[in-house]
Design a protein around this ligand. Structure first.
Ligand SMILES: [Zn+2]
Length: 491
């Protein structure tokens, strides 16, 4: 005899950033419609990254929509690979996200191609198969053609009785969280996916938009779910103090920085200091081709700014496009390298493992008057972390240097909300009837944040494993944690 018929209206498959931070991707099946929330690249040790990134959720060809929350690589970086495998549905995102994602994907494609070329050159066995990039620059335009630009708070009908709305997430330019709404047999249902949520009071960006109404289900990030950032009000004075140190000594201030977001935040502060008469106009350089492009995009999307930044607009050039020297070519970079102080050089990458910052560090680390200023958390076992820890000798390229320069860190800047801020954001939907899936965080952060959500009154909070799925029945009971935990779950 057949078993009871249960109407399964919605299924979530966790395809990435589960019990880890990068590779955000979730497949939702609602009333027969298949849609992806983000499709990001996993960033980790090389072999593991290649293995995880070459797995795609089943049959991307039949997807009906992708909803892209923002342009960071760990949220959009798998799209060219998916399109190469047959994904052909619309990719919904804000207009600014479309621009940021274009730059990020072009950069990722170039890096992957160069990486494969390097591996091929290194291979000594003529019979060995050539390495293959996940995608190359030629695969990016097909992704860009699928972008459908959507405004914040514009309800989009996806068919099958399902709609979604983007709200400002305050994380990077164009970032959004999304609320999906649909009808099931027993009434209206809703799901909120946070993407990445930003800090309150960050320069340039608006605060995360308050959740407009409680939802039934939440998929939430938890990057810093159990951590606390320094107060944001201290960032300005600390930065100004570092600049003054270098002005007094006619020395160089090296700021290793992300190209997307953090570089523009630095430029915003310098523009403010100069405008308020707190800092003289000294040479400021952005030595990062991506930093240059993303800064230009920030200038184009003025209606995305917060009130303070809107009020600063007028004749002012918020991202220093007139005052700042942007280096796109390697010749520009060389010229900057020979620049005497006082000057500020913002260069990628923050880890100091690669990128143009290495040339500038070579010249500055042995000079006690120069300063390396870190403006965020630096992963362990990187050159950036070794400098941050003030190890007496550091290796740059193939040479050892005595670390004699000044080293400081500003902790208050982060593109992510900390645990308290994330809880503040989710508070309006912390009800007994709500269930949360906590993703996009290392296990300790995710589990601790799930605990905090339960304490705050949310009905149910779980930390799903990658490749697991949850079926939400019409009766509201989530069941069926299907797949076995992956290797990452045992680490
Ligand atoms: Zn992000």
């Amino acid at each position: 005899m057949a078993g009871p018929v249960i109407f399964a209206a919605m299924r979530i498959q966790f395809c990435g950033a589960d019990r880890t931070v990068t590779g955000s991707s979730h497949l939702l099946e609602i009333n027969g419609l298949r849609l992806f929330l983000d499709m990001g690249l996993y960033q980790g040790p090389r072999d593991e990254a290649i293995r995880i990134n070459s797995i795609l959720p089943a049959d991307v060809k039949s997807a009906d929509a992708v909803i892209l929350t923002h342009g960071h690589l760990d949220h959009c970086g798998k799209l060219p690979f998916a399109v190469r495998q047959g994904l052909k549905c619309p990719i919904y995102c804000t207009a600014a996200t479309a621009e940021v994602a274009r730059i990020v994907l072009e950069d990722s494609a170039r890096i992957q191609q160069e990486d494969v070329e390097y591996l091929d050159r290194r291979s000594r066995n003529p019979g060995e198969a050539s390495a293959r990039a996940l995608y190359g620059p030629a695969d990016v335009p097909a992704v860009l053609r699928l972008f459908k630009r959507v405004n914040y708070q514009q309800k989009i009908d996806l068919g099958h009785g399902i709609s979604f709305t983007f709200y400002d997430a305050g994380h990077i330019l164009g970032s959004a969280y999304v609320i999906l709404e649909w009808n099931e047999g027993n009434g209206a249902r809703s799901l909120l996916f946070t993407g990445d949520i930003g800090r309150y009071g960050e320069p340039i960006l608006r605060d995360p938009f308050p959740i407009p109404r409680p939802v039934d289900q939440v998929i939430t990030e938890s990057t810093y779910g159990n951590a606390s950032h320094g107060p944001i009000e201290q960032v300005g004075p600390q930065l100004l103090d570092a600049v003054k140190f270098c002005i007094d000594r006619r020395s160089r201030l090296i700021v290793p920085s992300f190209a997307v977001g953090r570089t523009q935040t630095m430029l915003w502060y310098f523009e403010k200091f100069i405008h308020e008469g707190k800092m003289p106009q000294i040479p400021i350089f952005v030595d990062s081709p991506m930093g240059v492009e993303v800064s230009r995009i920030h200038s184009q999307f003025r209606d995305y700014y917060d009130e303070e930044t809107q009020a600063m607009i007028g004749s002012k050039d918020l991202f220093g496009l007139a005052r700042v020297t942007f280096a796109s070519s390697t010749q520009d970079s060389r010229r900057i390298n020979s620049q005497a102080g006082p000057c500020v050089i913002i260069a990628s990458s923050p880890t100091c493992e690669f990128g143009r910052v290495l040339h500038h560090l070579e010249r500055s680390v042995e000079n006690p008057n120069d300063m390396v200023l870190f403006v965020g958390w630096i992963p362990p076992q990187t050159l950036g972390r070794r400098i941050q820890e003030k190890q007496p000798r550091v290796r740059i390229y193939d040479r050892w240097y005595d670390l004699r320069c000044q080293v400081r860190t500003i902790h208050g800047l982060s593109a992510h909300a900390d645990g308290d801020e994330l809880l503040k954001f989710l508070k309006p939907t912390c009800a007994a009837s709500t269930e949360a899936y906590v993703v996009h965080g290392e296990v300790d952060q995710a589990e601790a944040f799930a605990g905090r959500l339960l304490k705050a009154g949310i009905g149910r909070a779980t930390v799903p494993a990658m490749e697991s799925s949850v079926v939400a029945y019409a009766s509201d009971v989530p069941v069926n944690q299907t797949a076995a935990p992956r290797k990452a779950d045992q680490d």
